[in-house]
Design a protein around this ligand. Structure first.
Ligand SMILES: Cc1cc2nc3c(=O)[nH]c(=O)nc-3n(C[C@H](O)[C@H](O)[C@H](O)COP(=O)(O)O)c2cc1C
Length: 156
């Protein structure tokens, strides 16, 4: 069973969670890959909020070929109560028919984090993905939540 962990991270929190998922499953001998979707790190906070809120089109460099993967872990930070425009664009470009998808988000204050997760799930399902799990973790608390993350992966 081939697994891929795909994520976007501006300040490192979602990356930390993605790497933790990757390392946990790798240690159990799963055939797993890790892929970061790059974002424009020079954009201002307000520009990122604006692009997210008004669902502006953004560019993403590369989309991995998902045909060989059975399970996709897909992760994004929460921006203004939504998923990042980069992950949105990524989902638009892929076909998730028959794929099992595990969603993960990181957030700051928690403002509209559930709304973001609901939106995330809706987009993935619209592209044919079957949601097999979800984790939402406060960006600063990833280290404290390692056991919760491992438990969640164990239940897969
Ligand atoms: C543009 C922007 C908008 C954000 N909006 C929210 C928000 O609406 N709700 C929230 O809880 N956190 C919000 N945050 C905080 C991030 O979700 C949080 O810091 C996250 O862990 C960052 O992930 P990263 O380090 O992988 O980029 C926002 C951060 C940025 C940069």
């Amino acid at each position: 069973m081939k697994i891929i962990v795909i994520y976007l991270s501006l300040t490192g929190n979602t990356k930390k969670l993605a790497v933790k998922i990757y390392e946990t499953l790798k240690s159990k001998n799963y055939d797993i890959s890790l892929f970061e979707i790059a974002c424009d790190k020079k954009k201002s906070f307000f520009r990122n909020c604006f692009d997210t809120l008004f669902e502006k089109k953004v560019e993403i460099e590369k989309v991995p070929n998902l045909s060989n993967y059975e399970i996709i872990f897909l992760g994004t930070p929460v921006w203004v109560g939504k998923i990042t425009p980069y992950i949105r664009k990524f989902i638009e470009e892929i076909d998730l028919t028959g794929k099992k998808v595990f969603l993960f988000t990181t957030y700051g204050s928690g403002f509209l984090k559930d709304k973001a997760m609901n939106e995330f799930g809706k987009y993935v399902q619209e592209k044919g993905g079957k949601i097999i799990g979800k984790i939402q973790i406060k960006g600063k608390k990833i280290d404290e939540k390692i056991e919760e993350i491992k438990k969640c992966l164990k239940e897969l």
